[in-house]
Design a binder for this molecule. Structure first.
Ligand SMILES: [Zn+2]
Length: 454
């Protein structure tokens, strides 16, 4: 039984399943207007680990994760660059899924796009107005937060104590709002902006309306788990929940939020990681498995610092796992997994997804397997190695057997190091692109550039 901290009740409690053996999860997906940052990567990896673990234990997971393909930020960029907004969203969505493939994040079972659900959003807003939960102003339709008796439940703040608006998205329409925390459900559009018809005037939905409609539409009332980054707890998730509450609908049964990605002492990521400014840079310059490893070794609710030192350490850790299986992979096939190790693993994972504890169990099994094989005890080594392989599967950690590369490829890798040493990043990048195009994985390590077959 998996126990998870519930942000709403502020306690660790069992993840109840509406339908036994099946878990329904909604994860707020990306707003596609620019390159994904490391925080986006963390959220998808944390919930990918959760999903893979649940699947590994025999539970069927339905994971709905949306694409926000209409938003002020998308419109701003389209106007600034004088491009059609859909061109930006299509391109950014493609980049997003390429990064997800590189990170080995499994595709959600459902990927609703906000623009495909506008009719349902309009219908829901109409119902909120009928129930006196929303009102029309000169620039849109607003949710009245005072109509929801327990507004602030997720934020754990009283409505009076909340900051006016609570975020730049809420400043919109500040003048006519009845309460500073009221938020836009529908925004009337200006000429030239994307617009959909509604009984109140042409416009577009607000972000909080998108997720509540898509989650209820696809997963139904009382779905099991709603998750996302800690920054979404308020106002986004609070406002999703408020709409469902005002409609008299049961919403998520359990709320899960992962911690932030932070810089070391105010250092910007771009500085602390050389040429890494976002998620795309990270997966291009390092073994993408290193980010998953770093997050496995951090509790999902704690902040994580992504720096050169701990990325290097994570690259080393995944490389050591590769080396281990290159040595003991055959033995793992020959023995059933060590049950005591898997029990210890499950008890760590079931305890609010204690991945640092579970990862320690895995590395301990690897250490003991190495000792056993050195002592000639192949049966023990095989059982431990088999257990370690099971844990890799449950973590979504791919194990690579390193293949040797030819001399001219190795030569190109050393040219990359030379170019980087002389700060000729353009040459280093073009060599790296050349190798990647030829199907090689190019990793930056402390010892220099390492190239292997993808
Ligand atoms: Zn959302």
């Amino acid at each position: 039984m998996l126990y998870l901290y519930d942000t709403a009740t502020q306690e660790v409690r069992p993840l109840a399943m509406r339908q036994p053996g099946h878990v329904s999860i909604y994860l707020c997906g990306p707003t596609v207007y620019g390159p994904p940052h490391l925080g986006h990567g963390r959220a998808t990896l944390v919930y990918d680990i959760l999903r893979r673990y649940l699947t590994w234990t025999g539970i069927q997971v339905r994971l709905v994760s949306n694409i926000t393909d209409i938003d002020d930020k998308i419109i701003d960029r389209a106007n600034k660059e004088n491009r059609p907004w859909s061109e930006i969203t299509h391109k950014c969505e493609k980049i997003w899924f390429e990064a997800m493939v590189a990170l080995n994040v499994e595709k959600p079972t459902d990927i609703p796009r906000a623009t495909d659900y506008v009719d349902q959003m309009v219908a829901m807003i109409g119902e909120l107005i009928l129930r006196d939960g929303a009102y029309v102003t000169s620039d849109g339709v607003y949710m009245s937060v005072t109509s929801v008796s327990d507004y602030g439940l997720l934020a754990h703040q009283k409505i009076e104590d909340m900051l006016a608006g609570g975020g730049d998205r809420e400043v919109f329409g500040a003048g006519e709002k009845k309460h500073p925390a009221d938020f836009a459900l529908w925004k009337f559009t200006k000429p030239g902006e994307p617009a959909w018809p509604s009984p109140w005037g042409e416009g577009r939905p607000g972000w909080h309306t998108e997720c509540v409609v898509m989650s209820l539409q696809l997963l139904g009332e009382g779905f099991d788990l709603h998750c996302g980054g800690a920054d979404l707890r308020f106002p986004h998730h609070e406002n999703e929940r408020a709409q469902a509450a005002a409609l008299g609908k049961r919403f998520a049964n359990h709320w899960m939020h992962n911690g932030f990605v932070v810089d070391a002492e105010g250092e910007k990521m771009s500085k602390s990681l050389g040429n890494v400014a976002n998620l795309i840079d990270l997966v291009q310059h390092y073994d993408p498995r290193s980010y998953r490893m770093l997050l496995l070794q951090t509790h999902y609710r704690s902040p994580v610092r992504v720096g050169q030192d701990n990325i290097d350490a994570s690259v080393k850790a995944v490389t050591s796992i590769d080396g281990f299986f290159a040595r003991l992979g055959e033995l793992a096939n020959a023995s059933p997994p060590d049950e005591a190790t898997l029990l210890a693993f499950r008890s760590a994972m079931d305890d609010d997804l204690d991945t640092p504890g579970a990862t320690a169990v895995m590395f301990d099994a690897i250490r003991r397997a190495n000792t056993a094989v050195d002592a000639g005890d192949n049966a023990t080594a095989g059982a431990l190695a088999h257990a370690a392989r099971e844990m890799c599967t449950a973590f979504g950690l791919v194990v690579n057997a390193f293949a040797a590369v030819s001399d001219d490829i190795a030569q190109k890798a050393s040219l990359i190091d030379e170019a980087r040493a002389s700060k000729d990043f353009a040459t280093a990048d073009s060599l790296r692109n050349e190798l990647q195009a030829a199907g090689y994985v190019v990793e930056t390590t402390k010892e220099g550039t390492r190239v292997r077959r993808g």
